[in-house]
Design a protein around this ligand. Structure first.
Ligand SMILES: Cc1ncc(COP(=O)(O)O)c(C=O)c1O
Length: 307
């Protein structure tokens, strides 16, 4: 197989190119200001998951920041499936991909000079999931640390849009990792209630009831919604609302959700262990089993085989 065939491809502004040839200008507003939005789904056993739901959210983010990607949602899906298909032969049968779309407002061309580029910058790419790096979290559970940095408030920049502005959560993540390098940061919202982490939503369980923060203060995760649907199907009561640190410290169980993690159990919050010591706890386990069944792929074993 030639080196080229051995290289993943990505989409850039109408072309599918080897990744090494996909270049974005330093004058791109996505690079300069974070003036860009993105979305990210994954494959399960090489089959893409809820691409439509992710593209729907992506186009809501685009509308919020008023960027016209120059492509319809249907075209974005078609190109995404093509990029995925063109990269599938490079994926081990036990591995899976993140499949992501990114659109920036484009390049700030220099006045009076030949424009470098006109219109938005559109990228579609595949990235192998970091299964090995996260495998042990499924055995031991995550240690969540709540940093002092708060999640950007809806009145400042809505967390419901998936923008290229992650510095707020990155600062929070650095604070958390300074106390425990293996921790996972979950930031509080402006009111002091649990919000979300970098790339993940949070749930707690108390007396068999599942609680998660209101959508107003977080990115409405596709896996958050999937976990909520699983709870409903299983007849498990679920409450969306404010969860403060008292609620977190007296919880029986907790877990995070994200496209790549699906559901990952939490063993402590700010060093305070969950009341239920089994990892995962009984309610979390029920939801994980339902999620495995729903996607028809054992992603827990996919992680654990790397532990
Ligand atoms: C800030 C934030 N919250 C939550 C999530 C989880 O969303 P999803 O379940 O759609 O992956 C993400 C995903 O990347 C995220 O970036």
């Amino acid at each position: 197989m030639t080196a080229l065939a051995n290289q993943r491809v990505a989409y850039l502004n109408g072309q599918i190119l080897p990744e090494s040839e996909v270049r974005v200008s330093f004058r791109d507003r996505g690079y300069k200001y974070g003036d860009a939005v993105f979305d990210m789904t994954r494959t399960f056993g090489h089959k893409v998951f809820k691409l439509q739901e992710h593209i729907d959210r992506f186009y809501r983010s685009l509308r919020y920041v008023r960027i016209d990607p120059g492509m319809s949602p249907k075209e974005m899906i078609q190109k995404s499936e093509e990029v995925l298909e063109r990269n599938m032969h490079l994926l081990d049968k036990h591995d899976d991909y993140w499949l992501g779309q990114r659109v920036s407002r484009g390049v700030d061309n220099v006045m009076g000079e030949q424009p470098i580029q006109t219109g938005p910058t559109v990228v579609i790419e595949c990235t192998p999931l970091p299964l090995k790096a996260r495998a042990n979290f499924y055995r031991a559970g995550l240690d969540v640390v709540v940093p002092s940095t708060r999640r950007v408030a809806p009145s400042m920049l809505s967390p419901r849009a998936k923008t290229h502005n992650y510095l707020n959560m990155i600062i929070g993540e650095q604070e958390a990792k300074a106390t425990n390098p293996n921790s996972w940061a979950v930031l509080l919202d402006e009111n002091g209630n649990l919000a979300e982490g970098i790339g993940s939503n949070i749930f707690i369980v108390r007396d068999g009831v599942v609680f998660t923060p209101s959508e107003r203060y977080v990115l409405p995760g596709v896996s958050r919604q999937t976990a909520m649907d699983m709870a409903k199907d299983l007849g498990i009561k679920l409450v969306e609302g404010d969860i403060d640190l008292f609620d977190a410290y007296v919880a029986d169980e907790a877990f995070i959700t994200s496209t790549s993690f699906c559901i990952c159990p939490v063993r402590s919050i700010n060093g305070n262990p969950m009341a239920e010591h089994a990892i995962p706890g009984p309610v979390t386990k029920k939801l994980m089993d339902a999620y495995v069944k729903f996607v028809n792929y054992d992603w827990v074993q996919q992680y654990l085989r790397h532990a």
